[in-house]
Design a protein around this ligand. Structure first.
Ligand code: NAP
Length: 250
């Protein structure tokens, strides 16, 4: 019997993660939707997948916490079987601020949620995918940001630096596991219409800035999802350690 492939999308209840979970389900994947606190949003995505005949589960886990990550992966092992794809997507933003006004608490919160979480999920995925460790290979896609290139001055250097770390994680890890059947790539979205900008203190940020985007519009979560899916698919079988910019030319 043909077994469907399993994907974990962290932060899959809203925004880019939700669009990604829906896309993988439409391609026949069994999907694990992880979320931190918004169970209603995650359940709504799960219902959409299930009503279209797809298979998915939702798992609450704060991926910045090691014990939660262990529980998340153990649940996938038990309920869905072998993991083929990890999409590290969960991320947070704090209100726009200059560095002089940032507390250590804020900086550490950004780094643990946006960087430590990706490291921990990569570690658990590799334990399961690595041919060196008895696995059958797999693909990891990290969601970074155009902020890693711009540095986000006067808005959130902490967030931008966390995404710079994601880029470096992608590069180093891709080389570390290249001979173990695992490809590691990342996407770097620009201004995408999601609720994240409200967390940054400016819900209409994409509208305000869209005139400086060469394509003259913000991006949709589905456009990022397509790139994530492609990078994890066999169509991208010779791609590892790469960054795919999705920023409308910005
Ligand atoms: P979003 O709409 O705010 O959704 C964020 C998701 O991440 C939510 O599902 C949230 O869970 C989850 N999450 C946050 N912290 C978590 C944690 N510690 N553990 C588990 N889940 C957690 O954000 P988005 O815009 O779709 O962003 C998705 C990714 O794209 C992020 O990595 C972001 O940095 C990146 N990105 C976004 C843009 C943009 O313009 N929107 C641009 C570049 C990069 P709950 O639903 O439970 O809160």
């Amino acid at each position: 019997m043909h077994e469907s492939k399993v994907v974990l999308v962290t932060g899959g209840g809203r925004g880019i993660g939700a669009a990604t979970a829906l896309l993988y389900a439409s391609k026949g994947y069994t999907v694990c939707i992880n979320y931190k606190s918004n169970s209603l949003a995650a359940e709504s995505v799960a219902r959409q997948i299930q009503s279209a005949g797809g298979k998915c589960i939702t798992v609450q886990a704060d991926v910045s916490r090691e014990e939660d990550v262990a529980r998340l992966f153990a649940t996938i092992d038990k309920e869905l079987g072998r993991l083929s794809v990890l999409v590290n997507n969960a991320g947070i933003l704090r209100p726009q601020s200059r560095l002089v006004d940032m507390s250590a608490d804020r900086i550490n919160t950004i780094l643990t949620n946006n960087v430590t979480s990706y490291f921990l999920c990569c570690r658990e995925a590799i334990k399961r995918m690595s041919t060196r460790l008895g696995g059958k290979g797999g693909a990891i896609v990290n969601v970074s940001s155009g902020a890693a290139r711009s540095g986000s001055p006067n808005e959130y250097i902490d967030y931008a630096a966390s995404k710079g770390a994601v880029d470096t994680l992608t590069k180093g890890l891709s080389l570390e596991v290249a001979a173990e059947g695992i490809r590691v790539n990342c996407v770097r979205p620009g201004l995408i219409y999601t609720e994240m900008h409200a967390d940054g203190g400016e819900a209409n940020r994409v509208e305000r800035l869209k005139s400086i985007i060469p394509l003259k519009r913000g991006g949709e979560p589905q456009e990022v999802a397509e790139a994530i899916y492609w990078l994890s698919s066999e169509k991208a079988s010779f791609s590892t350690g790469n960054y795919l910019d999705l920023a409308g030319g910005l």
